[in-house]
Every structure is written in structure tokens, then in C-alpha cells.
Design a binder for this molecule. Sequence first.
Ligand code: ATP
Length: 236
Amino acid sequence: MRMLELRDLDAGYGDLQVLWSVSLDVEHGEIVSLLGSNGAGKTTILRAISGLIRPFKGKISFKGRDITQLPSHKRVELGLSLVPEGRQLFPMMTVIENLEMGAYTPRAKEKMSDSLEWVFTLFPVLKERKNQLAGTMSGGEQQMLAIARALMSRPELLALDEPSMGLAPKLVMEIFRTLQRMRDEGVTILLAEQNARAALEISEKAYIIETGRIVLHGPSRELIQMDEVRRAYLGI
Ligand code: ATP
């Protein structure tokens, strides 16, 4: 089943056009990475997908339904959630309170205790720290909490904006392995990353964006072999 489809998306801010005719497909059960350097337009794509900005032109479909004009919270109800850049936690609230905030739709509220158990299995450290204030946790723990909070809405598609940012390589691998486990448990994943190597290693497919245009896409195992990708994104 096709989970997400972007067709010829133009988007930006005011008069500034950032995205130029972006098309992209995510199939059910995949991890798809969206790679690009700082300012390439990854965040803008995720904002358009999650409804935080309206595209100038083009179409966004989720599970076969046109969601281009749908407000953000309706997209969350349909099963599409975002882990935003910079985590956006509530620092003065505890871990458990942050998680409860993630389960705000009626469907998610019903499954709250089940969901808590699920995210504590994925991220055991959050269970140990459930009464700690989010703002006092380490960067890695905060990233785990941001992902877990998004999972509390029981998404079918989870979009993540640079979850590796500011984290040590070992932690990045730990979090990325958990993304694979989430995928195995039925959550489809769209992963925007500057860390191309780690993202290519765990994804089935990847899209590369430069100055707002998709310049290359294909199976991750093929992209990782390409000279132009190795030179520009893997530092080889
Ligand atoms: P980063 O790694 O910095 O998040 P990115 O690939 O996610 O990079 P975007 O954040 O989508 O890139 O930015 C793409 C372009 O849009 C940049 O030129 C940026 O300056 C511009 N831009 C982003 N947000 C806004 C905004 N709110 N208002 C105006 N311009 C913006």
C-alpha cells in the first residue's frame, strides 16, 4: 500500500519559494530517507507533509486520500505524526506528562496505557526516568522522548526531522536501530537527515534534495555505492 505521495510540490514562506516540484513516494513498511545539507529544504518538506505550511502548488496524499488542505491535527488523527526539528518538548513537564500530551486524539487516548507500555519497551530509559523533568535530561534521552511522544498518537507514518542532531555516533546508532524495530512493528518511517551514512544504512530508499529540488533517488544500497553520493554526502 502507498502510504504517502507528494506530487509536484512547490512550497515556501511568503514570497520565498523553497521547494520546486518535489515528488516523493513512501510505501507501507518502508524506512525512506530524505537527505540533504543544511538549508536544502528537508524541514520545509516535512512541514508541508504535516500541515504546518500550505504548499503553493502540488498534491499530498496519505493512504490514498488527498490531504493537501487538511489541518495538522486532522493529519495526526489519520495516522501521520512528526518528530520536529529541535524536539520541541515541554521542558518543565515530566517524561510521563510529555508522553500524555502526545496522546491527544480520541483514538490515542483510548490506547494510552497500551501505548505507554509500548514506548517504554522501545525506550526503557524513559520508564526509569518517567518522573524526571524533560528539560533536565540528556540530548539523547530528549530525542528518545520526542520520538516516543509522537508514537503516543499511534501513527502509521512517522516523519522525523534530523533525530541525530547533536548526538554522539553511538547514540545515533542506538536510536536508528530503534527506528528499524518500529518499522518491523508496523510504523512506516520518513527520516530527514544530514547524517547520510547512518540514514542510508537503515533505509530501503532515499531521496536527495539540493536547493529545494530532488536531484537523485533510488534504493539506499545503490545510492551508497554512487561516486557522486560518496563524494558529496559520505565524505569519501
Ligand atoms: P536544516 O538542516 O537547516 O533544517 P533543511 O534542509 O531542513 O535544513 P529548510 O529548513 O527546509 O532546510 O530550509 C530551506 C530554506 O528555507 C532555507 O533557505 C531557509 O532559510 C528557508 N526557510 C526555512 N524556514 C523559513 C521560514 N520560516 N521563513 C523563511 N524562510 C525559511
